[in-house]
Design a protein around this ligand. Structure first.
Ligand SMILES: [Zn+2]
Ligand SMILES: [Zn+2]
Ligand SMILES: [Zn+2]
Ligand SMILES: [Zn+2]
Ligand SMILES: [Zn+2]
Ligand SMILES: [Zn+2]
Ligand SMILES: [Zn+2]
Length: 1654
């Protein structure tokens, strides 16, 4: 530095001499006199250089150079030291106050309803989690990008502006920190730098010369380099632009697409570089080509490369400025000052005004649409209260904004100077709204103190604003179309939208007014008149003028209702809707009613009513002599009269506006809520939606709701609702002015029904209204003026007159309501003041005779007559109420003046009471009669119902769960002598098969048929699916095609099973086939084919619409009974030893046979010693045979069809009826389905047999009987082959080459396969035989015992010795057996298995581990054989279960006795198992070994507080891309993986098709079926396969028991355990596919979604 000469400013033109490091540059800048000039000069040299490659920029390099050569030096210059170090210091000191984190799109932001100054004040996730607001009433929202965290901004928060990490002085107070880094020097530097930076940004942003730069920047030789630049606009579609570019530039589609995307993203794009002429030519070309495809040419400009570069940099510099500002609020202040500084000696307004004017111009100027917008900047500046106030005071910003609006508005004005938005696009108006938004930001925080200047400027601004309102008054006038219907519906949205936009502005103006006392009086008047939109000078204030417009509006509404504007189309109807809708009504409809109330209080009541009659054009209609036969006209009159009466009711009765009636804001809200809840109980969100919001989006609902309603929690589905408290019912006003027509009639109906149920009369008189404020007190005079009396009397007379049609019951009801209001008013007044002071004489007027004619009647007389008209029965109670009210008022009048008449008075009261009692008694009698009648009908109904259920039994059974023992199917099956039967399923003591004649009704043809093997088949609709519900190894890679899979043995991890479920609905096979064909045919014509995949046999159950893909044939159980004599004889001979020998002999016999034949390779090896069997080949037949069952062809056909489906879906292969794996898949799905159901029953804590749903029961029964029959569809040799492989696992002398080790198979699958395949050993060439019952019973017993022993070993080998089990018992017999058994086994494994484990522990673990297997076996044998299980398994008795299982399955309760009993036979087997090297290997890999009982799967744990999940999502980074683009993190509820959904980066190719990350994940995680939670949206989605999915309510509820999909409401959400549990059950019951199909059936909306890319 030292060698730098002073006065360098003069020499700076020599660029080579510029300092090279940021530090040096900074100190060189420091020495310059005029920073602005130096800075510009510097930029002039560098910027065009850096941004030279506009056509094909290297963005990374660009950014690097900017950082290096511009930003870093600037920061050095600002901080006076290394910026990184300084920022680090800032962070650790108190001065670093603002978080300032800039939000990315999709990020969650939090606001605090208790503490935020306005809803734009938000916190980032980290700050929120560390702030006090976490425990306040917060709101969560998803950012659309842009905006920043307001943590640390003391002006944004009422309390708690800092989170823990941004709290000043948090990071200790070391000496270093005492020197605040934001010291004077830095501030001084900022004062120096910011104005230059801001000025440059503004100058370049608003620079409009295309070829020239400002002279200060024009220092280099001007080059001849131009760009043809295309700008974004709203007239052209993507395709238009691409087309035009391709034509004009003669470029490839890809290049044109590239340009177009860039234009869309950045707003503009250079599409050609070159000399001016060339660019100009391209420009014209593009324009003309684009003009060909649409009426507007594209917006193209030719810009000099230097202009382009500087403008680009200006934007970048802006975002740098933003970053710097986020470091400290001091910086922000300085920035604002810089923006506001007026240039000395210049005509120009301050920078910000220039920028704003320019921005407003842009926003409003359609043809000059540049991308660079300062909107984001304005939010930042205007919402800083001090700055906003400053802007108003010093810059008169309100006027500036409104004047700007006014400048451009003439374009939108018609010849009457009213707005007319016809023909303008919404986009264009969007810019008007943006300007209005600026105004909103300015007004958002009310001033705490007023200065004279502020007041002046505010008033001036307000006056400008009123000018805008003037243009709105009477805008878009419409003329009633009398002849023809209008041709085009006019745009109406624009006018309504602008009303909505201005609504909040108006409210805020009023609030500003309210907070300044001196303005209050004048402006509150203005506020009230604001709807008039006209600045009426007070001198010529005329009430009629005031009333005119509101009245016209209301008349228009009435005429629309009377269908007089039918020919004006929908547009008008929509406008009328919005006029009264909650979003607009405050500023429109409500204000109009208030205006009329003002009018009524100021005008003579008769004059007022006459005016109303006139405007409604009803003067004729009330003419007594009117006689018209024109039905249409009568109808029209009637509607108009009703509408007018309603408005009159509102004018007199609606006093719930502070200032109109004596009410508080709270009471107003309470009343709104009461009336909503009178319609029906409602959820919180529905109430909130129906209440008007203030500018902070608050309705005030929470403050009052608990005073009028009670919250009713939701069940497992649905949502929580609020119910009105009984004491609030009395406030119900049938003619509540915010009721729509439907709401009105619903509420009336509800309230009458309720009163009826409570045995009360059905009168619904108005509740006593609150008192009017003094200014409005004269409104009530409308009630008792002569015209009103005339109107009422006319209506009553017409109702009595049988010839008159000019009345309706509705009209009558309103007349009653008005009467009631009048009487209530008089009563209230009389109760408050002495009689002589009450001038309100409604009673008197109503009692007067209508005329002097002979037959003249007063109103009471008319009422008495009305009471007698039969058609008006429904109004009787109300008339009675009114007549009583007349009496009451009369007595009140008399009581005070006629003291002597007290007796007569009390008499009348007595009379009154007598009649009252009489009526009461009468009502009671009627109610009793009605009750009896109801009862009778109910009895008839239930008789009918019973009949219906009887005839459609199956339909009902399958949908309802069996409850309790009475309905239990088991019970039904058992005959009276059930107790005599043995309840043992296996071995010699086996009980009888309990069968009963089964007659089923086809759901399609409704015909009954008995299920018999020789009959035509009946079938159950069913769905076969892959399942990971039981997996112990989630995410295990799945074979995408099962071509080479061998499914005979199931892995013990049960990773992928094949589940067969049924909805339990029965059809004839023939009927089903016809149905399926019909569906196929019709779907060829339908659009929504993807509902189900017909190709793979999918269809919806015709009755319950479950998704099915096959049918299970229903085959009856074959009754089996064994006689005890035979059994004993056989039992003597057939020991396990002998049984094994017989089986082996048979196998070896077959083996030799086959060896002779063509198929010699059945892989059977005999261990030594057993080869020379003395048993002969046929000995197996000696223990009993019977002939095979003959099934009907129809059944066979269905068996083949179903078996093939299981094979096809289970293995994901094309159908092949001859594949040898078909029987394996049959056994596999039997085993797996039983395991899944057993697991589910355990999960739900239900008994094994008593609680099965009927669909489960029917499904299992059909499945097992099918499995028995399945063997007929394939060669027995094939089944034998499979059987031998299965048996080789448990037969000591049989081992095939590929016998897996004991620890790598699921033994229950082996059991099921072996039992079902075993009959194949009875196959003979000549006769078709099967084992007899006795023979089978032994086979089952021995197979089961062998496999059980194998399983015991499995359990003991894999015991987890580290589990803390409480010692439950002393050394029991079982424990001792366990110890000694394990000691024995440990020898065979060479000590591989520890034997130090105590016996009791072994026994406890064994018993625990084997129970699921025993339960599965019990289910299996029950459905196979139909033998009644013991009582204990039908009820929920945990302690009895084990014993009952053992007894049913013929096991000793001390299972180790099995080994003792068969020791000699089993020992070689044990040795073989334990010595298997594969087994020892398995044991070593402790982590992957499967232990028993297997762990029960559940959905992942979710946090209670939803924001924790959002937090997780915010840390989510896509594993495959580094960019910060918006991601959709999705949580897999099966495994907890977070995936990058709906994004190309994480798509995968499966079988040549692209699938999204979720679909790909689901393939492995859930075998195609999965449950995901879209974290940012709080939505659950269920998916299946590649193309199906549906939304499902998330298990998170807000405190009002409602879900919040999309986080639209943003209330705090908490986990609902019940709902999550329900979701878990949907999964475990294998109902996901069903849910999806059902939701697609009902909600076709979701078809648009491409699930494949999820
Ligand atoms: Zn933050
Ligand atoms: Zn913070
Ligand atoms: Zn708070
Ligand atoms: Zn049928
Ligand atoms: Zn069904
Ligand atoms: Zn997963
Ligand atoms: Zn990704």
């Amino acid at each position: 530095m030292a060698d730098e000469e002073p006065g360098g400013a003069e020499r700076m033109e020599v660029s080579t001499e510029l300092p090279q490091t940021p530090q040096l540059l900074a100190s060189w800048w420091d020495q310059q006199v005029d920073f602005y000039t130096t800075f510009l000069h510097y930029l002039a040299q560098l910027v065009p250089e850096i941004y030279s490659a506009e056509m094909d920029p290297d963005l990374e390099k660009q950014e690097e150079s900017i950082q290096m050569s511009i930003f870093t030096p600037l920061e050095w210059y600002l901080f006076g030291e290394d910026p990184d170090i300084c920022l680090e210091k800032l962070k650790h000191s108190g001065a670093f106050q603002l978080c300032g984190k800039v939000f990315k799109s999709g990020e969650t932001t939090y606001s605090c309803r208790d503490c935020a100054i306005d809803p734009t004040c938000v916190l980032c996730m980290d700050c929120f989690q560390n702030s006090v607001h976490k425990n306040h009433r917060y709101k969560m929202h998803t950012s659309t990008g842009g905006g920043f965290c307001d943590c640390g901004d003391t002006e944004a928060w009422k309390t708690g502006p800092f989170c823990v990490s941004h709290e000043p002085g948090r990071a200790g107070t070391t000496k270093e920190n005492l020197r605040c880094p934001l010291n004077e020097e830095v501030i001084a530097q900022a004062r120096k730098i910011f104005p230059s930076v801001v000025k440059y940004i503004v100058e370049m942003t608003i620079w409009e010369e295309e070829k020239e730069l400002p002279p200060e920047l024009q220092i280099r030789e001007k080059n001849e380099r131009y760009y043809c630049v295309l700008f974004n606009d709203e007239h052209h579609s993507y395709d238009h632009v691409i087309y035009s570019l391709q034509r004009a530039l003669d470029c490839e589609l890809a290049e044109a697409q590239l340009h177009t995307t860039a234009i869309d993203k950045e707003g503009r794009r250079a599409v050609k570089a070159g000399a001016f002429a060339a660019c100009q030519e391209a420009k014209e070309d593009i324009k003309s080509h684009s003009e060909n495809v649409s009426q507007h040419p594209l917006h193209v400009e030719v810009l000099h490369s230097d202009v382009m570069a500087h403008q680009k940099f200006a934007l970048r510099l802006g975002s740098w400025m933003n970053k710097i500002m986020s470091y400290s609020s001091d910086f922000r202040q300085i920035f604002c000052q810089a923006c506001l500084r007026e240039e000395p000696g210049s005509e120009n307004p301050c920078l910000i005004s220039r920028l704003m004017l320019w921005d407003l111009d842009l926003k409003l100027d359609d043809d000059h649409d540049r991308s660079i917008s300062v909107t984001a900047l304005s939010v930042q500046m205007f919402t800083v209260p001090t700055l906003a106030r400053h802007l108003i005071e010093e810059q008169n910003v309100i006027s500036v904004i409104t004047e700007t609006l006014l400048e451009v508005l003439p374009e939108y004005l018609d010849r009457n100077n009213k707005f007319n938005f016809q023909g303008y696009s919404q986009d264009k108006l969007g810019r008007v709204y943006a300007v209005i938004c600026d105004l909103k930001y300015i007004l958002i925080s009310k001033p705490t103190a007023w200065t004279e200047r502020l007041r002046m400027q505010f008033l001036e601004g307000f006056r400008s604003f009123l000018k805008i309102l003037t243009c709105m008054q009477g805008m878009e006038e419409i003329r009633r179309q009398v002849g023809q219907h209008i041709e085009v519906d006019p745009d109406w949205e624009a006018a309504i939208a602008i009303q909505m936009q201005l609504k909040n502005i108006l409210l805020m103006f009023q609030e500003w007014c309210a907070c300044d006392v001196s303005l209050h009086v004048r402006l509150s008047r203005l506020g009230a008149v604001s709807r008039l939109h006209e600045f009426v000078p007070f001198e010529d204030f005329q009430v009629e003028v005031l009333v005119e417009y509101p009245l016209r509006c209301l008349v228009l509404v009435a005429q629309v209702v009377a269908e007089m504007w039918r020919r004006n189309g929908l547009s008008l109807i929509s406008q009328v809707f919005y006029y009264q809708d909650v979003k607009c009504r405050e500023e429109m409809y409500d204000k109009d009613i208030i205006m009329l109330q003002i009018g009524a209080s100021l005008m003579d009541p008769n004059k007022f009513l006459l005016l109303v009659l006139q405007r409604y054009e009803l003067a004729d209609a009330f003419n007594k002599t009117i006689s018209t036969k024109d039905q249409d006209l009568i109808k029209q009159y009637n509607t108009l009269i009703e509408e007018m009466l309603q408005v009159l009711i509102y004018i007199v009765g609606e006093r719930y506006v502070p200032g109109v009636g004596n009410v508080t804001k709270e009471e107003v809200t309470m009343r709104e809520i009461i009336h909503l809840l009178c319609i029906e109980p409602m959820p919180h969100s529905a109430i909130a939606k129906n209440l008007p919001e203030n500018e902070n989006n608050e309705t005030g609902l929470e403050n009052v709701i608990n005073k009028v309603a009670t919250f009713k929690k939701p069940g497992v589905s649905g949502h929580g609702v609020y119910e009105l408290k009984d004491e609030s019912l009395k406030d119900f006003n049938m003619y509540f002015y915010h009721y729509s027509k439907t709401q009105h009639s619903k509420a009336e109906h509800m309230q009458k029904k309720r009163r009826k149920q409570e045995n009360k009369d059905e009168a619904l008189p108005p509740p006593p209204p609150p008192e009017f404020c003094p200014a409005f007190s004269k409104v009530v005079n409308l009630l008792n003026c002569d015209i009103m009396m005339y109107i009422l009397r006319t209506i009553f007379e017409r109702a009595i007159d049988t010839d008159s049609n000019l009345w309706t019951e509705g009209m009558l009801q309103m007349a009653f309501h008005i009467l009631a209001l009048g009487l209530l008013e008089e009563k209230q007044q009389l109760q408050k003041a002495p009689e002589e002071e009450v001038t309100f004489d409604f009673y008197h007027k109503a009692s007067r005779l209508g005329s002097s004619a002979m037959n003249a009647q007063n109103i009471q007389m008319l009422l008495e007559k009305l009471k007698g008209i039969p058609q008006l029965e429904g109004q009787k109670d109300m008339i009675t109420w009114i007549l009583q009210m007349f009496d009451t008022v009369k007595r009140l009048r008399e009581k005070s003046c006629l003291i002597v008449a007290t007796t007569s008075g009390s008499e009348s009261i007595k009379n009154d009471e007598i009649t009252h009692d009489k009526e009461k008694a009468e009502r009671k009698r009627k109610a009793e009669a009605a009750r009896l009648h109801r009862q009778k009908i109910m009895a008839q109904m239930s008789a009918l119902q019973k009949n219906f259920i009887e005839t459609h039994k199956l339909m009902y059974d399958s949908t309802s769960e069996m409850s309790g023992k009475e309905d239990s199917i088991m019970e039904e099956e058992s005959t009276p002598a059930v107790s005599d039967y043995s309840r043992i399923a296996l071995g010699p003591k086996r009980g009888p098969t309990v069968t009963e004649k089964e007659v089923l009704t086809c759901i399609l043809c409704q015909e009954e048929q008995e299920v018999k093997i020789e009959n035509n088949a009946m079938v159950l609709s069913a769905c076969v699916q892959k399942s990971t519900a039981l997996t112990q190894n989630r995410g295990k890679p799945i074979e995408l095609s099962g071509e080479i899979v061998d499914p005979l043995f199931m892995d013990p991890d049960l990773a992928y099973g094949t589940y067969t479920g049924s909805c339990g609905h029965v059809m004839h096979a023939v009927c089903w086939q016809k149905y399926f064909e019909a569906v196929q045919l019709s779907s060829q014509q339908r659009i929504h084919v993807d509902l189900f995949d017909l190709e793979s046999g999918e269809y919806l159950c015709p009755l319950c619409k479950s998704l099915c893909n096959t049918v299970i044939p229903i085959i009856p159980l074959q009754p089996q009974r064994i006689s005890s004599e035979n059994t004993e004889a056989v039992g003597q001979l057939l020991t396990l030893e002998q049984w094994i020998q017989t089986v082996l002999a048979r196998i070896s016999g077959y083996n030799m046979k086959h060896a002779r034949g063509e198929n010699p390779t059945i892989p059977v090896l005999f261990d030594q010693g057993m080869g020379d069997s003395t048993f002969e080949f046929h000995s197996i037949l000696n223990f009993g045979v019977q002939s095979s069952i003959k099934y009907s062809n129809s059944i066979k056909e269905m068996v083949i069809l179903f078996a093939t489906t299981i094979y096809r879906i289970g293995l994901k292969v094309p159908p092949d009826e001859t594949d040898p794996r078909i029987p394996m898949m049959t056994w596999s799905t039997c085993a797996f389905t039983i395991q899944a159901i057993e697991n589910l029953l355990g999960d739900e804590g239900k008994p094994l047999f008593g609680a099965l749903q009927n669909r489960q029961h029917n499904g299992l029964k059909a499945l097992m009987q099918f499995a028995i029959a399945q063997k007929i569809t394939c060669p027995q040799v094939l089944i034998q082959k499979h059987l031998i492989r299965l048996l080789s696992v448990v037969l000591p002398n049989l081992k095939s080459e590929d016998t897996p080790c004991l620890l790598s198979i699921d033994l229950f699958h082996v059991l099921v396969g072996a039992v079902l395949a075993f009959p194949s050993l009875y196959w003979e060439d000549t006769v078709d035989l099967q084992p007899s019952s006795i023979s089978s019973s032994y086979t089952h017993l021995y197979l089961f015992h062998l496999i059980t022993m194998a399983h015991m070993l499995q359990i003991l080998l894999t015991i987890d010795t580290e589990l803390p089990l409480a010692q439950v018992q002393e050394e029991s017999e079982e424990a001792r057996s366990a110890s000694s058994f394990l000691a024995e086994v440990s020898q065979y494994t060479n000590g591989c298995i520890g034997c130090g484990v105590p016996g009791w522990y072994l026994w406890a673990s064994l018993k625990n581990g084997i129970t699921p297997y025993l339960r599965c076996a019990a289910l299996f044998f029950h459905y196979l054989l139909g033998i009644t299980p013991p009582e204990e398994l039908l009820t929920n008795s945990a302690e009895g279960e084990y014993g009952a299982l053992c007894s049913y399955l013929s096991l000793p309760t001390n299972l180790f006795l099995l080994f003792q009993e068969y020791w000699d036979t089993v020992r070689p087997l044990l040795q073989r198992w334990c010595a298997d090297p594969a087994l020892l290997n398995c044991l070593k890999q402790k982590s992957t070994v499967i232990r028993y009982p297997r762990k029960r799967n559940s959905l992942i744990e979710l946090p209670d507080d939803y924001s924790c999940l959002l937090n997780q999502a915010s840390h989510f980074r896509c594993p495959r891309s580094a960019d910060d683009e918006r991601k959709h993190p999705v949580l897999c509820l099966f495994c907890g993986a977070i995936l990058c959904s709906q994004n190309i980066c994480c798509q995968e190719i499966v079988n040549g098709e692209e699938v999204g990350a979720c679909i790909f994940h689901a393939l492995h995680c859930g075998a195609g079926v999965c449950i995901f939670l879209k974290i940012r949206e709080c939505r659950v989605v269920l998916v299946e396969g590649k193309a199906r999915g549906c939304a499902y309510p998330a298990p998170y509820l807000d405190e009002y028991g409602e879900t919040d999909p999309g986080l639209k409401r943003g209330n705090p959400l908490h986990l609902s355990r019940e709902r999550y549990r329900k979701l878990h059950l949907v999964w475990q019951q294998h109902c996901i596919i069903e849910e999806i199909a059902r939701s697609q059936e009902t909600n076709q909306m979701l078809f648009g979604f491409n699930w494949q890319l999820l």
